[in-house]
Design a binder for this molecule. Structure first.
Ligand SMILES: [Zn+2]
Ligand SMILES: [Zn+2]
Length: 318
C-alpha cells in the first residue's frame, strides 16, 4: 500500500498542510487542504505526479474538520462523482460549517472572556469558514474506532484519537506500524487541545487535554515506526516526541498552577498572563490552552474552582 504525502499551501499562520494519498484501489485521500485556488492547483499537481486525477478519487477521509484539513472535501467529492466522504461524527460543529454558537459562547463566557472579545472571535470564525464547505448529516460516512478502511492489498485501522478536536482520527497501517495522525501529532509544536463543546452533552466542555493525553498513550501502545503529521516532517522517533510532549505539558501545568493568585482567576485572565501578545486567532487558541490546563489541574485535584455568576474562577488549594 503506497502512501504518498502531498504538501499543500494554506493561507493560515501554521503554513502548509500535509495530505496523504493512498495510491491503491479504492483510491483514497486523507485530508484535503483548505478551499483556495492555490491549494486545489497544488493538489492536482501532486495527484498528477503520482499518476492520478481528482476524478479518480473514491474515498475522501478526514482526520478532523478544521478548515486546513477538510476545506476541499465537497469540491473533490463533487468532481470525483462517486467518492465517499468519511469523518468522525463527533466533528459536528465544524462539519456543519457552523460552530454551535450558543454552546461555544457559553463555554467562552464560563472562561471569563469579555463579550467584545467573544464577538471578535466569532467574526474571525466566520472569516475562517470561508475556507471550508459544510456537510449535511446524510453526506458523509462516520469513521468508527477500530474499524478498517480496506484496500486491495491491506487495510488501514481507524483509531479515534480525540484531544485536538473531539472527533480527531488517526490511521494505522499495522504491517509496518505507520500512523497517519493529522494534527494529533506534530513534529515541531504541541497541538492545541481546542476548546469544544462535548459532542455527547454540548452544554459541557469536552475534556480536551485529558482525552489528548490518553490518545498520545494509545498511539504509543502501537510502537509506531513512522508517524505522518498534519503539518511538518514525519516523525521517526515517536518515543522521543511522546516524552517531549509530556514534559511540555507538565511544565505548563506547573506554570499554570504557579500563576493562580490567592483571590483566584479565570481562564481568560490566565490566557492574558501567559500569552499577552496573542492576537487574532491566537487569542482564541490561548484561551483554549488556558482552559485545557486549568481543567486538567482541577480534575487532578491540584487547584480548586468555584462558579461566580456564570464564570469559573480557579483558586489555589487552601
Ligand atoms: Zn487542526
Ligand atoms: Zn492543521
Amino acid at each position: 500500500m503506497r502512501v504518498v504525502p502531498i504538501s499543500l499551501p494554506t493561507p493560515f499562520y501554521i503554513g502548509p498542510v500535509n495530505v496523504y494519498l493512498i495510491a491503491e484501489d479504492p483510491l483514497t485521500i486523507i485530508d484535503t487542504g483548505p478551499k483556495t485556488k492555490e491549494t486545489i492547483e497544488a493538489l492536482r499537481a501532486g495527484l498528477r505526479k503520482a499518476g492520478f486525477l481528482v476524478s479518480d478519487l473514491r474515498r475522501i477521509v478526514l482526520t478532523h474538520a478544521h478548515e486546513d484539513h477538510c476545506g476541499l472535501a465537497r469540491s473533490l467529492r463533487d468532481e470525483a462523482k462517486n467518492a465517499e466522504v468519511f469523518v468522525h461524527n463527533w466533528e459536528t460543529g465544524h462539519r456543519h460549517s457552523r460552530l454551535e454558537y450558543e454552546e461555544h459562547r457559553m463555554l467562552l463566557v464560563r472562561a471569563g472572556v469579555p463579550d467584545a472579545e467573544i464577538e471578535r472571535m466569532r467574526a474571525l470564525y466566520e472569516y475562517m469558514r470561508r475556507y471550508a464547505d459544510s456537510f449535511g448529516d446524510d453526506e458523509y460516512t462516520s469513521l468508527w474506532d477500530d474499524g478498517e478502511l480496506e484496500f486491495e492489498s491491506g487495510s488501514l485501522r481507524i483509531l479515534h484519537t480525540p484531544g485536538h478536536t473531539p472527533g480527531s482520527c488517526s490511521f494505522l497501517r499495522e504491517a509496518d506500524r505507520t500512523i497517519i495522525a493529522g494534527d494529533c501529532v506534530l513534529k515541531r509544536i504541541t497541538p492545541n487541545p481546542v476548546l469544544s463543546p462535548d459532542p455527547i452533552d454540548p452544554t459541557r466542555r469536552f475534556p480536551s487535554l485529558a482525552e489528548y493525553l490518553v490518545s498520545l498513550a494509545r498511539l504509543r501502545s502501537f510502537s509506531p515506526t513512522l508517524v505522518y503529521g498534519g503539518h511538518g516532517e514525519p516523525i521517526h522517533d515517536y518515543e522521543e516526541l511522546f516524552h517531549r510532549y509530556f514534559r511540555a505539558f507538565q511544565d505548563r501545568q506547573a506554570q499554570v498552577i504557579g500563576l493562580i493568585p490567592k483571590l483566584g482567576m479565570t481562564a481568560w485572565d490566565l490566557a492574558l498572563k501567559m500569552f499577552p501578545q496573542a492576537d487574532d486567532v491566537h487569542r482564541f487558541l490561548s484561551v483554549s490552552e488556558a482552559v485545557a490546563h486549568l481543567d486538567l489541574a482541577q480534575t487532578e485535584g491540584k487547584i480548586a474552582y468555584e462558579l461566580r455568576d456564570q464564570t469559573e474562577v480557579y483558586k489555589p488549594l487552601s
